[in-house]
Design a protein around this ligand. Structure first.
Ligand SMILES: NC(=O)c1ccc[n+]([C@@H]2O[C@H](COP(=O)([O-])OP(=O)(O)OC[C@H]3O[C@@H](n4cnc5c(N)ncnc54)[C@H](O)[C@@H]3O)[C@@H](O)[C@H]2O)c1
Length: 272
């Protein structure tokens, strides 16, 4: 028997970055709870590991719209298509983001003093503007409808500084690697975007919260996994499925009095 507190059946979700690791997991989980899910992403082809997402795309419970989330016109066009068939969304999850990839050029992941500003601006643009724009367009539609929930996906690196010790193994291997500042400052910005919008839309029925995950397991190098486990109170990385409960909570009526909050799902990382 479904619990009405957490019941999402018949509601509509928009999920940016839904073709990524976390997004695909959330898309399938929300569709499995009876939501219709529209993904906005630059990618439209499911990754090899995302078999359940492929099934959802085939049976039509999940749709993907090719869309750059920093492009207001593209987000408006995607919303118009969603509204025609499904109506004004009930949930917006902003998960689209970029980080410096492991194979980023040395200049982008080198010492802070030398980080090139164009790479910093690229990350901040996608992660911040690419969250603001869907909030403007889709959050705006929610406010006009008088209801909705927005979940901005942050990161522990937006709450705390990265522990550069986690990356010692790279420096020991001869790379001049430091976790770059761009990702951290972009994710910090989301904490206050959330608070700003929670107060801005509070009386119009739109709740806005941040979800702060940390360290999702994704075939990282063994030295990283070991260093992470040693620092983590739970002693391990997070399985991607462990983010689902928090999003279901923030999407559902179970969180009807929760807005402007930051739900930290970090295995206790920020507890010490
Ligand atoms: N993986 C982790 O350990 C971790 C930890 C903390 C927070 N997060 C956050 O969780 C979210 C999802 O992370 P992930 O690991 O699934 O990342 P991912 O790289 O697997 O997925 C990100 C998705 O965003 C899409 N995207 C990027 N730029 C876009 C744009 N301009 N327009 C539309 N789509 C765009 C990509 O195509 C991709 O599908 C991100 O916000 C990330 O910062 C991840």
């Amino acid at each position: 028997m479904s619990d009405p507190l957490f019941d999402l059946a018949g509601r509509v979700a928009v999920l940016t970055g839904g073709m990524g690791q976390l997004g695909a997991e959330l898309a399938v989980a929300l569709a499995g709870r009876g939501m219709r899910v529209a993904i906005l992403d630059l990618e439209t082809e499911p990754r090899e590991t995302a078999a359940a997402l492929r099934t959802g795309l085939e049976d039509g419970t999940i749709r993907v719209h090719r869309c750059d989330v920093t492009d207001r016109g593209a987000v408006e066009a995607a919303l118009a298509l969603v509204e025609v068939d499904w109506g004004v969304p009930d949930l917006l999850v902003n998960a689209a983001a970029i980080d410096s990839p492991p194979d980023a050029p040395a200049s982008e992941v080198g010492p802070f003093e030398d980080v090139p500003l164009d790479s910093l601006e690229r990350v901040v643009h996608v992660n911040v503007v690419g969250t603001v724009v869907p909030c403007q367009v889709i959050g705006g539609a929610m406010a006009r409808a008088g209801r909705g929930s927005i979940v901005n996906v942050g990161s522990v690196y937006g709450l705390l500084s990265p522990d550069q010790g986690l990356y010692d193994f790279r420096r020991e291997a001869g790379d001049a690697f430091f976790k770059p500042v761009a990702y951290s400052i972009s994710k910090s910005a989301l904490l206050n975007l959330t608070r700003y919008l929670a107060t801005y839309w509070g009386r119009r029925g739109v709740r806005v919260n941040t979800l702060t995950p940390h360290g999702i397991e994704n075939a990282q190098p063994a030295a990283f996994v070991e260093a992470f486990a040693a620092r983590s109170p739970l002693g391990r990385l997070m399985d991607v499925s462990e983010a689902v409960g928090a999003v279901v909570f923030l999407a559902s009526d179970a969180s009807s009095y929760v807005t402007g909050a930051n739900l930290v799902v970090d295995g206790g990382w920020s507890a010490w």
